[in-house]
Design a protein around this ligand. Structure first.
Ligand code: ASN
Ligand code: ZN
Length: 321
């Protein structure tokens, strides 16, 4: 069970390779403000064929199944962050319809973006509960779509850890924006409420304190580092993409809390500018990404506190800018 559960935590979605070509970025300035999401929720009915039966379309009333409604609301919360904070119309910047399937497979202990849609398992009920419960997990999976349509970071090694981190950053921002929490008020956890109460752990990951999210008899200890000195070299998990993401995650946390206020307003905007700025390549490494955040801070805010905060944050996790 331990090995299986750990594999799940570090899971590698085979379907992730099913990528579509990146589309052009956001509409030209002065274009109509992006309007409303176009959401469709399907029920896979505990099988693996996708997308499954359509159960709730955009604008339709809530249904009896709370999982369906949570997915619908979480998709809406993610769309709202990207629209309101960044002026982006959906994940591709061009109104991409948001599609999710819930009740995927039996007792499936994961959620993933398959290149075209989100997929959520019910969990086994012993370690994991329903993957639609944490809104930041929904935001995380959709943010994989955002990354796919922008920097398209390759899902391996350092670029893969950046890909994972970008999903945690924007997933956490979805939750913070939905709850109206400032950087100081946020828990900076990913997946709080996902573990069964018997599991010794608060969440899947902690951006505030990577390596402390769980320490459980079955799952073992959270393997995430918070500094380059502890970077994990491994062949598992695509080169540790869910492990080493702790380093850029912590850099974002440090920059956001140093700046204070709402994390989506300045730190989040800088990270967004980096992803959409066209200077990253799919094989971008930590140092290149860090340098890009400093350039983005300078471009948007000039010689100011933002540059300082970002530079200091990366230095604190051992990544030179
Ligand atoms: N939930 C995981 C993620 O989105 C699944 C995976 O790695 N494929 O990162
Ligand atoms: Zn991910």
């Amino acid at each position: 069970v331990a090995a299986a559960a750990r594999r799940t935590l570090l899971a590698d979605a085979t379907a992730r390779t099913a990528r579509t070509r990146p589309r052009p970025d956001a509409p030209a300035p002065g274009a109509e403000a992006p309007a409303e999401p176009r959401r469709t929720i399907h029920d896979a009915r505990n099988r693996t064929a996708l997308p499954g039966a359509k159960v709730r379309d955009e604008g339709e009333e809530p249904v009896a199944d709370a999982t369906v409604n949570r997915a619908y609301t979480g998709l809406g919360a993610t769309f709202a962050l990207f629209r309101d904070a960044f002026g982006r119309d959906s994940m591709d910047g061009a109104g991409l319809p948001l599609i999710a399937s819930v009740h995927y497979d039996e007792k499936y202990g994961n959620a993933f973006w398959n290149g075209e849609q989100m997929v959520f398992g019910d969990g086994d009920g012993e370690i994991f509960l329903d993957f639609t419960l944490p809104v930041d997990v929904i935001g995380h999976e959709l943010a994989h779509g955002f990354t796919q349509y922008t920097a398209n970071l390759e899902y391996f090694s350092q670029s893969g850890a950046l890909n994972e981190s970008v999903s945690d950053v924007f997933g956490s921002l979805v939750k913070q924006y939905a709850l109206g929490q400032s950087a100081d008020q946020a828990d900076w956890l990913i997946g709080a409420g996902l573990f069964h109460p018997d599991v010794q752990g608060a969440a899947l990951r902690s951006m505030k304190a990577p390596g402390t999210a769980y320490d459980d008899d079955v799952l073992g200890k959270d393997p995430q580092p918070a500094h380059m000195d502890d970077y994990v070299r491994t062949g598992q998990d695509n080169g540790g993409v869910h492990i080493n993401s702790g380093i850029p995650n912590h850099a974002f946390y440090l920059a956001a809390t140093e700046l204070g206020g709402n994390a989506w307003e300045r730190a989040g905007r800088i990270w967004y500018d980096v992803l959409t700025g066209g200077t990253l390549t799919p094989d971008t490494r930590f140092t290149e990404f860090a340098a890009a955040t400093v350039r983005a801070a300078r471009a948007r805010y000039g010689d100011a506190a933002e540059i300082q905060a970002v530079t200091k944050a990366w230095a604190a996790v051992g990544v030179p800018t």
